[in-house]
Design a protein around this ligand. Sequence first.
Ligand SMILES: Cc1cc2nc3c(=O)[nH]c(=O)nc-3n(C[C@H](O)[C@H](O)[C@H](O)COP(=O)(O)OP(=O)(O)OC[C@H]3O[C@@H](n4cnc5c(N)ncnc54)[C@H](O)[C@@H]3O)c2cc1C
Length: 336
Amino acid sequence: MTSSPPIVIVGAGVLGLCTAFELQRRGHAVRVVDPGGPNASLVAAGMIAPAMESAIDAVSVAHARLFRAGRGLWPAFAEAAGVKLSARPSEWRGGDMDAIASRLAALGFEARLEAGRLVTDEDLQVEPMQAMGALSAHLGDAVIPGRVIGMAQEGDGWMVRLEDESLQASAVVLATGAAAAIEGSPPAASALVQAIQPIRGQIGVVGRALAAHVVRGPGAYVAPMGEGAVIGATMEPGRRDTAPDPAAGERLMEAAWRVLGGAPEPLEIQWRGGVRGASPDGLPLAGPAPDGERLFLALAPRRNGWLLGPLVGAVVADAIEGRTSTYARALDPGRF
Ligand SMILES: Cc1cc2nc3c(=O)[nH]c(=O)nc-3n(C[C@H](O)[C@H](O)[C@H](O)COP(=O)(O)OP(=O)(O)OC[C@H]3O[C@@H](n4cnc5c(N)ncnc54)[C@H](O)[C@@H]3O)c2cc1C
């Protein structure tokens, strides 16, 4: 008996790993190819934040519903994958409190005023390093170190070319973040990948706790991370460079100390940069590529890759299985 070739997922950021894990737990054979090294997913603060992200970006009711659905999948997904999920309050501090409060209320998120701060229990957090480690451990040998340098349609599937080997695939999922299109991908899929807007983000890692839970305000947030904290994050559209930028760090620090209500004792801060990919409407491209049989996209979640990872994984897995899911249309790569 011959079994069909695996589904090859290109890219092991949060979207690639969540999609691969979802497919694997539905019984599909998968391979995930990634050269390794830092990516946006590892740099992130890991906030699963439908409420605060909706309020800050003043998103539509439909987008907020999708964000809430993304969060809704997390508890069961985290349990299955061994990802540690923290349920702690998140708060907003700052002069524009009324605007944030009324946006949250208009979008149906619960929030309350506590000691002059706006607090919600709607948001969660993961630690990206732990989460990616847990997902990778489940996938085990299915994760192959390497870079995909070309692909070609072959029979009912694809031949995926790495630097020193080729993989036969029954389907391919492109989860390559903000990277360039892969040679051999069909024209409409390539055009979508090329149109992804890079948005650089800088974040500072601190070895000591600065807040017991996520604290946000104008221009910065502070979030717990391990025994310490992260200070985030810039949004710099059009930039793909990841080296720390001292001026951006300075601005973030000033905003963070304003949010916290004062500068802590001198701190050692390790600055890191990552590049988020964004589609024109800020929602991911998840589902079948507009051209190319058995080719799927899991791309461009902007600043909500962690929030939307399990949802993107489920939508892509449904598409591969020929099923339609509730959010397939909103995330359809062919919607533009
Ligand atoms: C500073 C910062 C803070 C953030 N905080 C949050 C947060 O709190 N909550 C949240 O939800 N989101 C957050 N985000 C956004 C989130 O990190 C991104 O939306 C998400 O990581 C994107 O995941 P991805 O899988 O699409 O891309 P990536 O994480 O960039 O992964 C893409 C992968 O594809 C691989 N790849 C590319 N080309 C190839 C190829 N040819 N062959 C093989 N592999 C390839 C790369 O090596 C990479 O590993 C933050 C982002 C930044 C930068």
